[in-house]
Ligand binder design. Structure first.
Ligand code: ATP
Ligand code: MG
Length: 1012
């Protein structure tokens, strides 16, 4: 069992915290009898606590003269800030009534001050063991208290965080910024001035301006058809089911607009999240809209409207008027409602409403829309059931909507239909995004990101775009944004977070824990791993919990075979579930995920090593993390050098945080050496290189590790990319070879010989190159695995390539080809794309030299493509250089110049200082320039290259640079062409570079012919 073993006794939560305290005149209090005083204060507390409970908040504690309340914990409410604001408004009203009474009775002056803030807290049982209580702690709490201290008597103040969530639903007065003790930045403060005009999120959207309605053609068609049936007197009822923000309200709104446009009356109402405890709230709203009652209508007018419409429909309603008047809050003093029990009143009211719907005299069709049934109060729900049951055979279209978790107690009419609203598809998402953000090309990448994160939920799309604009990622205005800076971490907007957190909190504790465990694993997790990580006691129970998560739409079955894989339906849900856990719990789960991955995938450890390492690291298991990261780095090897370098960096960082041991020393030194091994391929800041060298040397010496010292010698003094003479280079290699021989490790001896032999090539010491290659082949004795991956991927493949090069230089082209083919084959068999790339480069040159330039270009081009995938600068630059040389031979000078310039650019961007191929690259570039008639530039370039090659004794490049210089001078009609060619010939002769010599001779002849 790999369960985390940690009980979640605390959670991070998004909540709203409210502080209220009563301020009395203390001097008067002094004169009060303590008992009476206590009674007065009890009265206050009762009022405050009542209002907190009415909106389903929790009284966290009674402070000396007030309370602290939390909305959104323990049970999350997506509208926690709104609930706090409603409670605050009612507290202010109630307390002001109570204070007036106290003033009258006792001559005391009292008032209440309220502070509200929203944000993240840690909520849970907190306190000494055995004496802990549920509470919330965090900066969010402190800031709420500060708001209270700041508030004027009789007022409620909100921070900007709370205001952001309450805006539109309430009237807020901006009081400006305040310096608040304990807050690092000034805080914008708002006064709660009253209830606002919005009742739902859709109202808010309407105020901001609706985005263009996209998609939903099929759903609209279904609704239209239902409307036609209602018009024909058949009556119809449709339910729309959707997750929050998917657009059920908007769909209803669009239908309502269509209906109104064709002259049909529409009556709407919605259940409110905080209204579950208040009977008939939606019914009241519906009747007000049915009778056309406006907010500021005088009572008499309201009664006239009710009576007028009801009696017109059916004079029989006369007897029901007192009931309707009373319910709508305008009782007629002349016709009071007889005393009735609440139950009897409810029944009577239901009867009236149904008769209003069914009234046979009604001639015009109507549409009624009841939204958000998941929040409906019981009394309204019973009424709704009766109403839905009575539409059959009338001209009414009744539409309701609700979230998937709602279980309807009613059955609806016989032809009741349900539409399940799915997220928007990719095309619709893009259209919506285009409408919100515009079509600026800088936004191209954003669409993908937004689509991936929101999974087609239009509310999330709108909120993410808004959040990006508010945090400065987007510039401009709605519908015409530009990307101001790249979006790395888009976060989860607070408005979206509350919705998702509330959904997660509605799950049972088991399901919630399982979801949190899954969120740690990532976007998806195999069932067996989930069982292990979730610490599920038995499969059956686990299966039930899983089913709950799938049915509630949190997870879905991504794959069923060979194993069931569960994936998060929504990426943001995963983020919220992940973020809701305390760091300690999360870490334990990460470690459990790592162990489950190891246990369940015995055959895939290499490929999963990086993932395991990352979970181990986040699980705080640093040594394990370092071991797995090292394994992953080895596996990435030379085929993914960037990944390998990054992983070795991780290993170094991890072991540096651990206590020293034999193992950490070994990992510490090898991870540094391997970083250095990638440094010459990928480029690295010189400072970083020096630091790594010093640190590796320190460890290797301290533990007397000869092997590492040999490698370090190689990487420090005898690797490609150093600015030194070939003599110095060769001396560096000799020392490394000596150390390797002393360490007596066959792999190391082979690896260092193979890698070191590159120095002989650059020095044009072809005999020594050949001898060393033979030595490598002999030591490896036919086993291509010997020395593999230590510095280069495949020493044997390289040795064959080196033998090929010697033959190419000496003009033995056929033998050259034979060695190359074998070298290429072994590199490929060894899964070593790097050495393969070098050998393929040699082949492209060989083909060009043999006179088949086109084939050389084709091989060179293919080589560039394959090498591009490696992403390593050394090999890509070399491959481009080889391609360019083949292009030169094919007389494609412009193409050649492009290749050489790109090779040069790659090098310059990644590497510091000159490298051993610098002179050669300049020489061939000069040749391309000559071909393009830019001889003057070529002279300058070639002259510089000659200088470099001479100074650094790069005898393989030197004759080529001289040849280029001679040709350039001749082309420009300048002196000194012959001298350059003579020197070139001398060097090539001395080094027995026959192929180069032939080229020089040809040039000398051409020059002579021109002179004659
Ligand atoms: N098809 C659509 N095209 C364009 N915008 C849409 C579409 N559907 C929804 N929206 C927008 O997305 C936002 C959320 O939609 P809506 O309020 O209808 O969601 P909902 O499912 O009713 O969510 P909830 O009731 O949970 O808040 C609104 O601003 C709405 O205008
Ligand atoms: Mg809605």
């Amino acid at each position: 069992m790999i369960g985390t073993g940690i009980e979640s006794d605390g959670e991070r939560k998004q909540v709203t915290v409210l502080f209220a305290d009563v301020k009395g005149s203390m001097d008067l209090a002094e004169q009060q009898d303590p008992e009476q005083w206590r009674e007065i204060m009890q009265g206050f507390f009762a009022i405050l606590a009542d209002e907190v409970r009415r909106f389903e908040g929790t009284v966290d504690k009674f402070t000396g003269d007030g309370i602290m309340a939390i909305f959104g914990a323990p049970v999350a409410h997506e509208d926690h800030a709104r609930r706090a604001c409603y409670a605050a408004l009612r507290m202010l009203d109630d307390i002001s009534d109570y204070a007036a009474e106290l003033r009258r009775r006792h001559g005391l002056n009292f008032s209440v001050r309220i502070g509200i803030n929203s944000g993240e807290v840690v909520a849970g049982a907190i306190g000494a063991e055995g004496d802990s209580e549920y509470t919330a702690i965090g900066h969010t709490v402190g800031l709420a208290q500060r708001m209270e201290a700041l508030a004027e008597p009789g007022k409620a103040y909100l921070t900007e965080r709370a205001a952001e969530l309450a805006r539109g639903f309430f009237e807020l007065e901006d009081l400006g910024e305040f310096e608040i003790k304990g807050a690092s930045r000034p805080v914008r403060v708002f006064e709660l001035a009253g209830v606002g005009s919005a009742r739902s999120r859709l109202d808010l959207s309407r105020e901001r301006g609706f985005s263009r309605f996209v998609g939903r053609d099929e759903e609209m068609a279904t609704l239209d058809e239902a409307l036609e049936r209602a018009k024909a007197g058949e009556g119809a009822a449709v339910g729309i089911v959707a997750e929050p923000g998917i657009g059920e309200s908007r769909l209803c709104h669009e239908l309502a607009e269509r209906a109104r446009a064709s002259g049909i009356e529409v009556f709407e109402c919605q259940a409110q999240s905080h209204g579950r405890e208040i009977p008939f709230m939606p019914v009241l709203q519906m009747l007000r809209s049915y009778f056309g009652i406006a907010d500021n209508d005088p009572e008499r007018i309201v009664r006239e409207k009710i009576a007028g419409r009801a009696l017109l429909l059916d004079p029989g309603f006369a007897d029901d008027l007192p009931l309707l008047f009373d319910f709508l809050g305008v009782p007629d003093p002349d016709r009071p409602l007889p005393q009735l029990s609440a139950e009897a009143r409810h029944r009577a009211l239901r009867g009236v409403v149904c008769r209003l719907v069914r009234a046979p005299q009604r001639r015009d069709p109507i549409v009624t829309i009841v939204e958000d049934l998941h929040w409906i109060d019981e009394a309204s729900e019973v009424l709704l059931g009766e109403l839905l049951g009575s539409v059959d055979g009338t001209q009414t279209l009744a539409i309701v909507n609700f979230r998937p978790e709602y279980e309807a107690p009613w059955t609806g009419p016989p032809d009741y239909r349900e539409i399940s609203l799915e997220p928007l598809g990719q095309a619709d998402t893009l259209e919506l995004l285009h409408d919100l953000a515009g079509g600026d090309p800088s936004l191209d990448g954003l669409a993908k990101l937004v689509h991936a994160r929101t999974a087609g939920n239009p509310f999330f799309i709108e909120e993410i775009v808004r959040a990006l604009a508010e945090s400065g990622y987007l510039e401009g205005e709605r519908g015409a944004y530009r990307l101001a800076r790249p979006v790395e971490d888009a976060g989860v907007p607070a408005t979206v977070q509350t919705v998702l957190a509330a959904r997660i909190d509605r799950l049972g504790p088991e399901a919630k824990r399982l979801l949190q465990a899954a969120s740690v694993a990532g976007k998806e997790i195999g069932e067996r791993a989930l069982v292990l990580v979730g610490g599920l006691a038995d499969r059956e129970e686990g299966e039930e919990t899983l089913r709950e998560l799938i049915e509630a739409g949190f997870l879905y079955e991504l794959e069923l075979y060979p194993e069931r894989v569960l994936a998060f339906r929504h990426p943001l849900t995963r983020e919220v579930a992940y973020g809701s856990q305390l760091a300690e719990q999360r870490a334990a789960t990460h470690a459990a995920v790592a162990r489950a991955t190891i246990e369940l995938n015995p055959d895939r450890h290499d490929e999963l090593a990086a993932l395991i390492a990352s979970h181990m690291e986040q699980g705080g298991e640093k040594l394990e993390a370092a071991r797995w990261a090292a394994r992953a780095a080895h596996w990435a090897g030379h085929s993914r050098p960037h990944d390998a370098l990054r992983l070795w960096q991780t290993v170094t960082d991890l072991v540096d945080q651990l206590d020293q041991s034999e193992e950490t020393d070994a990992l510490g030194v090898s991870s540094r050496l391997l970083q250095l091994d990638y440094a010459w391929r990928l480029g690295m800041e010189r400072q970083e290189v020096t630091r790594l060298e010093a640190e590796a040397a320190e460890i290797a010496r301290r533990i007397g590790d000869l092997r590492s010292l040999a490698l370090l010698q190689m990487l420090r003094y005898a690797r490609p990319g150093l600015e030194q003479t070939t003599a110095e280079w060769i001396a560096g290699v000799a020392e490394a070879r000596r150390l390797a021989d002393e360490a007596d490790d066959i792999h190391l001896r082979v690896a260092i010989r193979a890698a070191g032999s590159y120095a002989y090539l650059c020095a044009a010491d072809f005999d020594r190159l050949e001898r060393t290659a033979d030595e490598v082949l002999e030591l490896a004795a036919g086993d291509p695995g010997i020395g593999a991956g230590i510095i280069i991927g495949s020493p044997v493949a390289w040795a064959l390539g080196a033998k090929a090069i010697v033959r190419r230089e000496r003009g033995a082209f056929e033998e050259c080809e034979r060695f190359l083919e074998r070298g290429l084959q072994i590199a490929e068999e060894q899964g070593d794309p790097e050495t393969a790339s070098w050998n393929r480069g040699t082949k492209s040159l060989l083909l060009a030299m043999r006179g088949d330039a086109e084939a050389g270009v084709a091989v060179g081009r293919r080589n560039c493509e394959l090498t591009e995938r490696l992403g390593d600068v050394f090999s890509r630059s070399l491959a481009l250089g080889n391609l360019g040389a083949a292009q030169l031979a094919a007389e494609d000078y412009a193409g050649a110049l492009d290749s050489f310039e790109e090779a040069e650019r790659l090098h310059r961007e990644a590497m510091e200082g000159g490298d051993e191929l610098e002179a050669w690259r300049a020489a061939v570039r000069a040749q391309a320039l000559i071909g393009l008639g830019r001889a003057e530039e070529a002279i300058e370039l070639a002259a510089g290259a000659v200088e470099v090659a001479r100074r650094r004794e790069l005898f393989w490049s030197l004759p080529l640079t001289l040849l280029a210089l001679g040709r350039a001078r001749a082309a420009a009609g300048q002196d000194g062409a012959r001298e350059a060619l003579d020197e070139a010939a001398a060097v090539a002769t001395a080094t027995e570079g026959r192929t180069t010599l032939t080229a020089i001779e040809e040039e000398r002849e051409a020059l002579g012919a021109a002179a004659r």
